[in-house]
Design a protein around this ligand. Structure first.
Ligand SMILES: Cc1cc2nc3c(=O)[nH]c(=O)nc-3n(C[C@H](O)[C@H](O)[C@H](O)COP(=O)(O)OP(=O)(O)OC[C@H]3O[C@@H](n4cnc5c(N)ncnc54)[C@H](O)[C@@H]3O)c2cc1C
Length: 320
């Protein structure tokens, strides 16, 4: 059976791993130049900084098993905290996903623009002209993007799924990356998330965190601030971040790089770790689909992992 997993973020790679562990050879497709999605790390000069997820916490036994394996392999480290410790990836968060994705038949720079139902299966079509026929597909894009794709594809019988996916709305986030001339110590672990200037939610010093030899500050703007500046130019947004940072006297000759996440965190989540489009072999997963064991109620690294695993298990059960 050919199974396609669309989206090579955490939900996608964990869906692919679950299918591969059961003896399948899934194909993994992403529009990006590399796997990772919101597990994102950028190189700037000789340094690097995370600009999506910064850490993860664990609340379920399933995820704890994965985390224990990663700890054993030296892929992750405890960053700080005793009650629900925060874990980080010394090579950058993106590497964790990239490493996993490389084990599969990975197709990058393939943006899925249409889906069709065909002979009991589904066909995913990319803007490059590539066609991916499959007996079943798991789509792990942020739900507003999946809803738009499904709506545009107009597959008969998917109207209800479109409506359910449309209800899962997301808020945006803007992150500024500021290379610094000298090391700057912030807090005892390289992260500050309180008593910050207006508009700033948290700041992380990549060098102090331990992922970069060069000093780079990741500046996470608040939801309201991000909404306000989302459609502004990079120039205007970078200047506004610089102004907000003025109190910190972060001397740098380089410009602040701006990263915009249109779909950062879900405002509305789905109760249940996956969804299916009526009677089609088309499944939806991702961080907005909350597993019943996940008590956090929020879209996080763990919710994406649990959703990917659960969607793949559902496919395996229904398509023996
Ligand atoms: C700024 C920010 C900070 C965060 N901080 C934390 C944190 O500290 N701790 C934490 O636990 N979580 C955090 N998160 C949340 C965490 O990063 C996500 O919950 C998780 O990475 C989502 O994984 P996913 O696989 O569900 O989605 P994604 O990672 O978004 O993966 C979806 C993939 O689908 C691909 N895709 C989309 N459309 C198409 C298309 N048409 N064709 C092909 N491919 C497509 C994308 O390129 C992407 O790779 C943060 C997120 C953001 C944005």
């Amino acid at each position: 059976m050919q199974i396609a997993v669309a989206g090579a973020g955490l939900a996608g790679v964990f869906a692919a791993k679950t299918l591969a562990d059961a003896g399948h050879e899934p194909i993994l497709i992403d529009k990006g130049r590399s796997a990772g999605g919101r597990m994102a790390t950028r190189r700037i000069g000789q340094g690097k900084a995370d600009h999506g997820a910064q850490f993860f916490t664990v609340r379920t036994r399933t995820f704890q098993q994965e985390v224990d394996r990663w700890l054993e392999q030296g892929l992750i480290k405890k960053w700080f905290g005793d009650d629900h410790p925060r874990y980080m990836v010394p090579e950058g968060m993106n590497m964790l996903v990239k490493r996993m994705a490389s084990a599969f038949d990975l197709h990058l720079e393939e943006r899925i623009v249409r889906m069709e139902a065909d002979a009991g299966g589904v066909v995913l079509a990319a803007d490059s002209g590539s066609i991916f026929p499959a007996d079943a597909a798991i789509v792990t894009f942020p739900p507003p993007q999946t809803a738009e794709l499904l709506h545009r594809s107009a597959i008969p019988g998917t109207e209800e799924a479109v409506e359910e996916l449309e209800a899962l709305t997301f808020r945006p986030a803007i992150v500024g990356l500021q290379p610094l001339k000298q090391h700057l110590l912030i807090g005892s672990n390289g992260i500050l998330d309180r008593d910050l200037p207006d508009g700033i939610e948290k700041m992380i010093a990549a060098d102090q965190k331990g992922i970069s030899t060069e000093p780079i500050l990741s500046v996470y703007m608040t939801g309201e601030w991000s909404k306000h500046y989302f459609e502004e130019s990079d120039e205007v947004t970078a200047r506004a971040i610089k102004n907000a940072l003025a109190a910190w006297n972060t001397v740098s000759t380089e410009e602040i790089q701006v990263k915009r996440w249109r779909y950062s965190e879900a405002e509305q989540t789905h109760s249940g770790a996956w969804m299916q489009a009526e009677t089609l072999p088309l499944y939806f997963a991702g961080d907005a689909f909350l597993h019943e064991d996940d008590t956090s109620g929020k879209t996080r690294v763990e919710s994406a992992v649990l959703s990917g695993i659960a969607a793949a298990e559902a496919v395996l059960k229904q398509h023996r």
